[in-house]
Design a protein around this ligand. Structure first.
Ligand code: CO
Length: 209
């Protein structure tokens, strides 16, 4: 798809299809949102978070950045997280990485990506911490898949230590943290961590707890 006009044409067709299926759909979504999922995904255009899960408008609160990262000093993601947990009360937070991720590839190579190299520094830490484990994987595709999983676990670890999540867990059992990796070559998701809903569970399963 190359023409921006096609996007608008597709939008018109989509809106009328939605109305044909459910004449009240947009009227209902207009009244407010109560999503069940906060998705933290990579900006990669090949990872269609909503389409690949069958999510409809209103199902998913979404944050995306290069490498699906959770930085504890990033006011952008912290605001998203605060709003999702404390206002929308979402029961599930999912960090979704993917195979063949350009951010992970770049982090494995020389620092020649301009400002993006700053953003990749935490992924480079993950690479250092798991050097032996990753060097044991000879196949480059499998190595990237392994790093995608390690990166998701690393980001879940950071997520689990944010005050927003810690305070929520102290108040009750919400939210549950999950980690996925989406395989671009098959369209399938593999689950790398699921149902982490307490400090104890996080300490048992996630890194650096
Ligand atoms: Co990516």
């Amino acid at each position: 798809m190359e023409s921006f006009k096609t996007l608008i044409e597709n939008n018109r067709a989509w809106a009328s299809e939605m109305l044909a299926q459910d004449p009240e759909f947009f009227k209902r979504t207009e009244s407010g949102q109560a999503p069940h999922f906060l998705m933290i995904g990579c900006s990669d255009s090949r990872v269609p978070l909503e389409r690949m899960t069958g999510a409809l408008p209103g199902d998913m609160f979404v944050h995306r950045n290069i490498g699906n990262q959770v930085w504890s000093m990033d006011v952008n993601i912290l605001s998203v997280l605060h709003y999702a947990i404390n206002v929308l009360d979402v029961p599930h937070v999912i960090v979704c990485g993917h195979d063949n991720c350009g951010a992970l590839k770049a982090a494995m190579g020389p620092a020649s990506n301009g400002v993006v190299d700053h953003w990749l520094s935490d992924i480079r830490n993950t690479l250092r911490w798991h050097k032996d484990e990753l060097e044991a994987v000879a196949d480059p595709k499998a190595k990237l898949a392994k790093l995608a999983e390690l990166n998701v676990m690393q980001q879940l670890g950071i997520l689990s230590r944010t005050p927003v999540i810690r305070d929520a867990w102290e108040r009750g059992k919400r939210p549950m943290l999950h980690g996925w990796v989406y395989d671009i070559s098959s369209g399938l998701i593999r689950v790398v961590a699921e149902q982490i809903d307490s400090e104890q569970k996080a300490a048992a399963v996630l890194p650096n707890n």
